[in-house]
Design a protein around this ligand. Structure first.
Ligand code: PLP
Ligand code: COI
Length: 340
């Protein structure tokens, strides 16, 4: 492989040597295959292409100071994929199969895991698609599960720094009883216009209110919202947001730091009461929010007057990263260690 400038890579696709694949047919999963092909040969009438039978996951592997590799919350990602499978009628991938394939693809591509000092990581992208040819709207009978990996740096340019967001009312990402709680491609297709609009207006990302009433906070682009005030960690309770594994982990760490944690509906107006706010997810861990503008109301909710991340977000960010890189003990069994 070509040497990479590990400390300056962004969040994007970079070719690695191998991916792993497993096919489902006749009601069961087959053997794990190792491939060096970056492309797929699938039927033009595959259900993933027409009816969106497609699910994905995103998790990361980190190289520690001790040289070991740590995969963060593998089981939680497997469980979320299983929930997505139920949501769009695809066969579940068992946690055992998921674990074996993740360990295999990370091991095969171990040269692509960025060194500890770089602060970069290996992003793991599992993908499940319906492959059988069908023209009627029904679930497929055959599926392909693939996992590829790619070396990544920070999701936003500039890494751990604050970003401006804008409330977009023109487009919804997902409906209350829709697929927002599942990690399916359609949700991201539905977010592209809003994201483009936010960029055109000079913002880093779009911010969604609930689709039904447009009163409550929903998601922050492709991340969950967290707000901090009065030693309390507040995050939305909503059926249309993705249950973020980073958010769940941060809630635990916040409790460990003696904070109260509340998961409940958050009215837009409550934004004015938060001392700090952040967008959380695997890609960014926490991306502190500088401000959220509501252009229609002419309101700007400002969280970082000096443009600097707040103390609570910084502490949570550092704590989670320390567990991921193995600098601090993994007291909750979140980490799968590979000696490779
Ligand atoms: N919300 C959306 C829409 C996402 O795509 C993601 C990323 O996976 C998240 C939230 C954060 O979830 P997690 O922390 O599990 O990566
Ligand atoms: C995340 O990992 O936080 C994401 O939102 C992933 C994104 C590239 C879909």
């Amino acid at each position: 492989m070509k040497a990479l400038d590990w400390s300056n890579i962004g969040f994007g696709y970079r070719k690695t040597d191998y991916n792993v694949r497993c096919r489902y047919s006749n009601g069961k999963w087959g053997e794990i295959e190792v491939s060096s092909e970056e492309t797929l040969n699938i039927h033009m009438a595959a259900t993933c292409l027409h009816y969106g039978q497609e699910a994905f996951e995103g998790l990361k592997a980190f190289r520690g100071k001790d040289g070991k590799v740590r995969i963060f919350r593998l089981e939680a990602n497997a469980e979320r994929l299983q929930s997505t499978c139920d949501g769009i009628l695809m066969p579940q991938v068992s946690t055992e199969l998921f674990r074996e394939m993740v360990a295999k693809v990370v091991t095969l591509n171990k040269d692509y895991i960025p060194p500890y000092e770089s602060g970069a990581s290996l992003y793991i992208r599992p993908l499940l698609i319906g492959t059988s040819a069908q023209v009627g709207v029904h679930p497929a009978e055959e599926y392909l599960f693939i996992i590829f990996v790619t070396s990544v740096g920070p999701y936003f340019k500039g890494g751990f720094s604050t970003n401006p967001y804008v409330i977009i009312r023109e487009y919804d990402r997902s409906a209350p009883l829709g697929t927002g709680r599942y990690k399916v491609g359609g949700n991201y297709a539905a977010s592209l216009r809003a994201n483009q609009l936010a960029h055109e207006k000079g913002y880093s990302c779009e911010f969604y209110l609930d689709a039904k009433e447009k009163k409550y906070i929903d998601e922050c682009g492709a991340a969950n919202f967290i707000g901090i005030k009065d030693n309390t960690y507040v995050t939305p309770l909503s059926t249309s947001i993705l249950p973020s594994i980073t958010n769940r982990s941060l809630q635990q760490l916040a409790k460990d730091m003696g904070m109260k944690v509340e998961q409940r509906p958050i009215l837009e107006e409550e934004l004015s009461t938060f001392e700090e706010a952040g967008a959380c997810g695997t890609a960014a861990v926490i991306s502190p929010i500088e401000r959220i503008d509501d252009l229609e109301r002419g309101t700007s909710y400002v969280f970082a007057k000096d443009g600097k991340p707040g103390p609570v977000c910084t502490k949570l960010y550092n704590k989670l990263r320390a567990i991921q890189y193995g600098d601090e003990p993994d007291t909750y069994g979140w980490v799968t260690v590979l000696d490779i």
